[in-house]
Each structure stands twice: as structure tokens, then as C-alpha cells.
Design a protein around this ligand. Structure first.
Ligand code: TRP
Ligand code: SF4
Length: 328
């Protein structure tokens, strides 16, 4: 029996190469080894986007299209939208009864997000419960493994605590305690060196054309001490080099050597990175175009995905409600 995996992404905008390096490339690899559930976390997106939700549907379809273009295979993995499986809310409600407020108030991601999303008012009831819904997402499928980046570890810890508390209170080992599978890839910083994020306008998107990619790479800051071509550079402090490291590791040694020995200027080095990135994006964009030709394709995939997800979700909710003496 393959172990079960669940992971998700919030549909808050177009996907960028940070999503590729931080999640998608990894998800694609996991498809064969695990029984995978990949979910569009639209309820989670609403918690921060509720004031202006008119892009929600577009973002959901756009993101799923990118997932498939990057190599997620609906024959291998269950791909679905969270809100299409209403059991997520059933279980979240049950978990919200057993989750002490203090656990949520103390959660470091809560405080960080409040700070980070300054332009948005997320001081709402739902947002405090973000990790409770995420626990429901995971435990609804009794997933044993959750591939996530480091930033999500506090949520995974809370998921384990909620599972433990539930099993304790109701004296039954209903929920396994899931383990995080850390995405190894170094966190890619944005063009300006800050965290790559749509809200900082420092991303390279999966949909960017060759000329857009080049224009963006040209703006990147390199080793600030390297001014003239004859100055030796230090790749370890250069953001351009960290992109080589993630997206064209086969050229890493060569780039390092010519930087340290002042053989090539930063403009040329950047041009080559841009072309390397565009080569990586070209097949993704080609597949994307093909998928979008059939307007009903994504609908069909997501419908089939939610049917499969619901099979497992409804069985878990049934077990949970029985244990809690619901009148069903
Ligand atoms: N909170 C996750 C993020 O922002 C998205 C998410 C929602 C998720 N539900 C999940 C991730 C369940 C893993 C498992 O990246
Ligand atoms: Fe960075 Fe390349 Fe310039 Fe070296 S040559 S500082 S790696 S851009």
C-alpha cells in the first residue's frame, strides 16, 4: 500500500517560479511513489481575499492549469478544489470545538501573516482558525505525509496536536499524526532579494514570455562589490547565482568559475540565466496552451477529482460523527 499524501496551495494569483521550485517540481516527483491528493485551498484564499474575490474562479482554473502543465497527472494524483468537498468544513467545525484558542493565538504564522499582509484586513474569525481548517484538510484523508515548505511547519505541528487531542478525548486512534516532508529546494528569493511574493511584485511568473523574463532578470541585484568587468565577483552573495543553483545546476560550476575569475560580465551572466529560465518555462507554456484549447478539460478533471476526494472524505466524516453521537 502506498502512503497517502495531501498538499495544497491557495489560489491568490498567478503561479511563479518560486511555486515551481518550492512545491510543484517536488509534487510531480511524488506522484509515483505515493497516493497523492493535491488541493486548491479556495476557502483558505477567501480568508485574505474576501474583500475582492472576483478573481477567485479565474485563479483556481489558472493554477490548476499550471499544475497540469508542470506535470501533475490526474491519472496518478487526485486533483480537486477544497470547496467542492464540503466535508472539509464539517471536520473543521468539529476540530474547532476541540482546539484551544491559545494554540491559535500563539501560532507564529498567524502573527507573521498579520504583519506581512498589511494592506489587507485579516483580523477576522476565520483567519485565526486557518490552521484548524488545514488540519481538517489533512486529517480528512488520513494523510500520513504532507509535503510543505518550512513556513508551514507550525501548521503541521498544530495538525498533529489536534489529531492527538481528538484521539485522546474520544478514546480512539481515528487520526494518524501526519509527518511533514520538507521541500528541500532552497527558498528562492524574489528579484529584489526579499521573499518571492506577488504582493512585493518581485516574481517571475510561469506565464512570462521570453522578453519579460529577460527584462526581469536584468533588474536583479548582483554582487554589489563587482562594478567593473575586471572586478572579481562573489557568487555566494549574488541572487542571480542562487537562481542558477536552483534552475540550471548543470552550469553552476562554470558560472562560479568565470565570476570569481572575472571572465564574464554580469550582463552576459544574466542574459544566459534568462535564456536558461525561458528554456525551462517553454515546455510548461506549450502544454498550458494545449490544455486551454479544450475549455471543458479542467472542469472534467476537477469534477472527477472531487468525486474521488469525496469518497474518502465522507467516510472519515461518517466515522467522526458516529464517534460523536451525531444523529445521522
Ligand atoms: N497553508 C498552505 C499554504 O499557504 C496551503 C494549504 C491549505 C495546505 N491546506 C493545506 C498545505 C493542507 C498542506 C496541506 O501554503
Ligand atoms: Fe552574479 Fe553572474 Fe555577476 Fe557573478 S557574474 S556577480 S554570478 S551575475
Amino acid at each position: 500500500m502506498k502512503k497517502r499524501i495531501l498538499s495544497g496551495m491557495r489560489p491568490t494569483g498567478r503561479l511563479h517560479i518560486g511555486h515551481l521550485a518550492g512545491a510543484l517540481d517536488n509534487w510531480v516527483k511524488l506522484q509515483d511513489e505515493f497516493n497523492c491528493f493535491f488541493m486548491v485551498a479556495d476557502w483558505h484564499a477567501l480568508m485574505s481575499e474576501y474583500e475582492n474575490p472576483k478573481e477567485l474562479k479565474k485563479n483556481i482554473l489558472d493554477n490548476v492549469c499550471d499544475w497540469l502543465s508542470c506535470g501533475l497527472d490526474p491519472e496518478k494524483a487526485v486533483i480537486f478544489v477544497q470547496s467542492h468537498v464540503s466535508e472539509h468544513l464539517d471536520l473543521a467545525m468539529i476540530f474547532s470545538c476541540i482546539t484551544p484558542l491559545g494554540w491559535l493565538e500563539r501560532c507564529p504564522t498567524y502573527k507573521e501573516q498579520i504583519k506581512e499582509l498589511k494592506g489587507k484586513d485579516i483580523n477576522n474569525y476565520a483567519f485565526l482558525g486557518y490552521p484548524v481548517l488545514q488540519a481538517a484538510d489533512i486529517l480528512l484523508y488520513k494523510a500520513e505525509v504532507v509535503p510543505v515548505g518550512k513556513d508551514q511547519l507550525p501548521h503541521l505541528e498544530l495538525t498533529r496536536e489536534i489529531a492527538r487531542r481528538f484521539n485522546n478525548i474520544y478514546k480512539k486512534e481515528l487520526f494518524p499524526e501526519p509527518k511533514a516532508l520538507l521541500t528541500e529546494s532552497a527558498k528562492l528569493t524574489g528579484l529584489d532579494g526579499r521573499k518571492m511574493s506577488k504582493s512585493y511584485d518581485n516574481t517571475i511568473n510561469l506565464s512570462d514570455s521570453e522578453s519579460e523574463v529577460e527584462k526581469k532578470v536584468m533588474q536583479m541585484i548582483t554582487d554589489p562589490k563587482r562594478i567593473k568587468l575586471s572586478d572579481a565577483g562573489n557568487p555566494d552573495v549574488c541572487n542571480v547565482f542562487s537562481y542558477y543553483n536552483v534552475f540550471c545546476p548543470e552550469r553552476e560550476q562554470e558560472v562560479k568559475d568565470r565570476c570569481i575569475n572575472a571572465k564574464v560580465g554580469c550582463t552576459k551572466c544574466k542574459k544566459q540565466l534568462a535564456s536558461c529560465l525561458s528554456d525551462k518555462l517553454a515546455p510548461i507554456q506549450k502544454t498550458r496552451k494545449r490544455i486551454l484549447q479544450d475549455k471543458s478539460y479542467l472542469d472534467k478533471i476537477l469534477k472527477a477529482g472531487s468525486v474521488k476526494a469525496k469518497e474518502s472524505a465522507s467516510s472519515t466524516v461518517k466515522q467522526t460523527k458516529e464517534l460523536l453521537h451525531f444523529y445521522v
